[in-house]
Design a protein around this ligand. Sequence first.
Ligand SMILES: [Zn+2]
Length: 479
Amino acid sequence: MPIKVFIPTPLRPFTEKRDTVEAEGATVGEVLQDLLRKHSQLQPHLYSENGAMRSYVNIYVNDEDIRYLSKEKTPVKSSDTVSIIPSIAGGVDVAVETDIQLSKEELLRYSRHLLIPEVGLTGQKKLKAAKVLVIGAGGLGSPVSMYLAAAGVGTIGIVDFDVVDATNLQRQILHSTNDVGRSKLESARETLKGINPNVVIKTHEERLSSENALELFAGYDVIVDGTDNFPTRYLVNDACVLLNKPYVYGSILRFDGQVSVFDARRGPCYRCLYPTPPPPGLVPSCAEGGVLGVLPGIIGTLQALEAIKLILGEGEPLVGKLVLFDALKFSFRELKLRRDPNCPVCGDNPTIHELIDYDQFCGVKPPTVEETIDEETEITVEQLKARLDRGDDLFILDVREPHEYEIANIGAPLIPLGELPKRFREIDSSKEIIIHCKSGRRSALAADFLRKNGFKSVKNLVGGIDAWSERIDPNVPHY
Ligand SMILES: [Zn+2]
């Protein structure tokens, strides 16, 4: 009973250029064995020396990945089609040019890699030929780029447009104390070149956007996201899906981390996992919620590991899996992710064919509109200072947490955002109310809440106590 086997383009040289071949068998394993009897040159592409199926080859029966069926024991009938989906069509296709050579110094430097059969000379040349783009030279971008540079990834691109801030040093190990005030990219280049002068560091000093993402990503084999905001995350995902690039995802907050590899050609994408972003303000950023300094080290190192595995084509990448790390419990959990056939970008009938406005999609104001404030609902620190100096009778409310209040405060009564629903009656509703938090996000939520509960005059202090410390009173500690 012949079964149709679909052969992908890169493997057709081994099947006399045929795109479908018939093979006999009652299970996927038997069909593949028959296929190899007829086309023995396929053998090394499908199986390793020890007879195990290559982890970068996926086999589908009709629409189903056999990993979710009975693997090689999956039964087949004559109406079925077996498809071979190798990583060349679904993973990283690093073009190792034949003239890639390692110098004597490099052979010595990478000696501990060369000793591992899974890397060896071939793998080390693949690493040298590979181009990885790291988005953000911050907490995650630091260990990612440092380990990639040390491992000998030939070209590392970094996108960032920030300068090093004193609050970065607790976790962003690319930068040191002397770098405060300096461009993160300059500082990163110096650190990475110090680790390995053989690697090419390409710096892209710009804000990643729908306008530049596709062009930027096109020059790289793997995209590693080290940012902590939702617009960038959806942007990176969609650009990777549209360009068929693997996206190594990592995220961190407080004591929790997540890692995955999204590759829409052989698994789900980020939108399959989270079709829509949380409403703005619901999930705090690291700047708002804090992050344990060592956590990005752990998660970023795992991202570097996945990027290296993708380049080498070794092992099982975290495609279709989401790893959750809880640092307080020291627990790793692994969740299975499924591709969503209704996903708007990688599904069967995608509705997104080009990059969209991600700030709008995530309900976030783009950072440039900070100066234009809504006079009805917002107030700047300068305006507040002028009104206080004038002696206006205002009720200023702080909605941060007590441990933040302890670090710095401007003498305003404290009701943490979470306690507001049961304590808002403590607020004098006859006065004009100005609410502040650290950066203005939590206070915006608090202001909305009070308005919904009948408070007439409520304004959010744009930029929060951060802006107050920066622009009005430097004696208020910045944290
Ligand atoms: Zn998807």
